[in-house]
Design a protein around this ligand. Structure first.
Ligand code: PEP
Ligand code: MG
Length: 567
């Protein structure tokens, strides 16, 4: 049995598909028949183009034509006349197809990666992808494509990146296992949003299991069982059935208001990562969007997305959600969120470095493009702007000043927007927690980012297994910070919400009710369970439990008291 981090609940019984980079090394040889060699190359290109077209078709259906268009660059490079001539000339001079492809695409890769223009430099990645695809085919190796998998696949990867998930074949994937990442890493967040059971940070799993191995993945416990016995399979089938029954039972909360047992109305909204997430949010009965992680738009692009493209994405969410509130977070780059074309230099301590609002304020030209796109979209729904990683009042003032500049520009362009758009703060640093009173005077709302706040408060990186035992929102230090933030917001009369993963933790719900948290932003599949949990507590009961918990000194005590109380 392998043990990892329980990142996304549920049971998956299926066959491993280990997606490691294939070994594409080869020994060059002199081909016997040049015509056959040219034919091998032509066939590899045709196969590559066919596969890419199928991928574009699937992506268009699931993610829209704009996102799918990114893949067209692959076909353009596969069929490029200049490259084709280069490859055929090399074969004609006696090279094997593998060497000819490797040389030609290698030359183009170097050329693009050395260009001054960032847009062209970005093309180098496409060239490299095409080279890998063609070489793998010529060598008879398989590049596992997560968009086209057999039924009941268990994806085993070193790291699940947002681009891998962009066109993942959700219908055929029953579980995910990775070698890196924690509960709040983006892989985990994506797995939960897609309702795929996931176990992360299993050491060496890519070498321990082979494609074709039968596995059982228990995402709730964080275990992977290789070569399961009949009894194991039966046990987990029962468990999977119970989970389904639990989900069916939660349906009774569909269409209901989110109220505590003594009738206080709270707001239950969803976290989304792309515009289509709004559909999933509505399907799961969300009352709005509490966090649209806009960086996914930037991560899926090859260059900084222009104003119109961003506007279209934000407008789509606004229109889908109609008059429901939609909080869109401005670009949160850095830390574990890499966007290669922004050219951020690798830092010693990326989580404490140049990220989120720091990057945005240092690049006001880019920042204003996003703010303008958000303002334009605000004419189509109840959009609010949220600034991540705030540590001081100056940052908030500067961001708000830029919003005002963008408003003036839009006035000059005669474009409509909501003049009273709210600008709120994501409270996710201890600094912001300490000055919550001051921030609350200038922010329209707070949304607490417990994923980062837990890490920064405990000085424990969310992706570092060695300090995972410290990364706990139940730690008394984190709970005190949360209480202080919620109470500071309430004192100043602004709405306080929470969009970190803790918002969906049933153990913590009574504490939040007691302290006065008004908005709970959770992944779409967690909506009904959170509504159920909220419905089980009165303020008086929650107060009693909170008073007891806040006297406790250790995380173990806190957890055991909360576990005993959960309803
Ligand atoms: C957080 O930090 O709690 C949060 C919601 O944002 P992210 O996980 O994207 O950093
Ligand atoms: Mg964060």
């Amino acid at each position: 049995m392998y043990k990892g981090i329980n990142a996304s609940d549920g049971v998956g019984i299926g066959v491993a598909r280990v997606a490691v980079e294939p070994d594409l090394s080869f020994t060059p040889h002199v081909p016997k028949d040049l015509a056959v060699e040219k034919e091998r190359y032509t066939a590899a290109v045709a196969k590559f183009v066919k596969q890419t077209n199928a991928q574009i078709e699937r992506m268009t259906a699931t993610m829209g034509a704009e996102t799918a268009a990114i893949m067209q660059a692959h076909n353009d490079f596969a069929e490029d006349e200049g490259i084709r001539e280069m490859v055929l000339d090399s074969i004609e001079s006696g090279m094997c197809a593998e060497q000819a492809v490797s040389d030609a695409y290698g030359t183009y890769y170097t050329m693009f990666s050395q260009m001054d223009d960032e847009l062209f430099r970005e093309r180098a990645a496409d060239v490299a992808d095409v080279k890998t695809g063609l070489l793998a085919d010529l060598l008879g190796k398989e590049v596992i494509n997560l968009s086209d998998l057999p039924e009941r696949s268990i994806v085993v990867v070193h790291e699940l990146t947002p681009s891998m998930t962009a066109d993942m074949d959700r219908a055929h994937i029953v579980a995910i296992i990775t070698e890196t990442g924690g509960r709040t890493s983006h892989s985990a967040i994506i797995a939960r949003a897609l309702e795929i059971p996931a176990v992360l940070s299993v050491p060496d799993i890519c070498t321990e299991v082979k494609t074709g191995d039968l596995l059982v993945v228990d995402g709730s416990k964080g275990v992977v069982i290789p070569d399961p016995s009949d009894a194991d399979i039966e046990h987990y089938r029962v468990k999977a059935k119970q989970l389904l029954e639990w989900k069916a039972k939660l349906q009774e909360y569909r269409g209901k208001k989110t109220v505590t047992a003594d009738g206080k109305k709270l707001l239950l909204v969803a976290n989304i990562g792309n515009p289509d997430g709004a559909n999933t949010a509505l399907e799961n009965d969300a009352e709005g969007i509490g966090l649209f992680r806009s960086e996914f738009l930037f991560m899926d692009a090859k260059a900084y997305p222009p104003e119109d493209e961003q506007f279209a994405a934000y407008q789509k969410v606004a229109l889908r959600m109609k008059d429901k509130p939609v909080i869109i977070r401005t670009l949160d780059v850095g830390g574990d969120k890499e966007i290669p074309y922004l050219g951020l230099v690798k830092e010693e301590n990326p989580f404490m470095g140049y990220r989120a609002v720091r990057y945005c304020l240092a690049n006001p030209g880019q920042f204003k493009i996003q703010l303008t796109a958000l303002l334009r979209a605000s004419a189509f729904g109840d959009i609010k702007i949220m600034i991540p990683m705030i540590t001081n009042v100056d940052e908030l003032r500067q961001a708000k000043a830029l919003v005002e500049e963008c408003k003036a520009d839009l006035d000059a362009r005669g474009i409509a927007y909501n003049k009273d758009i709210e600008v709120g703060v994501m409270v996710e640093t201890p600094a912001a927690a300490f000055i919550a009173d001051d921030l609350a005077e200038e922010a329209a709302f707070f949304s607490i980012g417990t994923n980062d706040l837990t890490g920064y408060t405990m000085c424990a990186d969310r992706g570092n297994d060695k300090v995972a035992y410290l990364y706990e929102t139940y730690q008394p230090a984190v709970l005190r910070a949360l209480k202080a933030i919620i109470e500071a917001g309430a004192r100043k009369g602004i709405m306080v919400g929470m969009c970190g993963e803790a918002a969906a933790d049933p153990l913590l719900t009574p504490l939040f009710i007691s302290w006065g948290l008004e908005e709970y932003s959770v992944s779409s599949p967690s909506i009904l369970a959170t509504r159920r949990q909220i419905a089980h507590w009165t303020k008086a009961e929650a107060d009693e439990l909170a008073a007891k918990v806040m006297k406790l000194k250790t995380v173990t005590e806190v957890k055991s008291v909360l576990q005993a109380a959960v309803k």
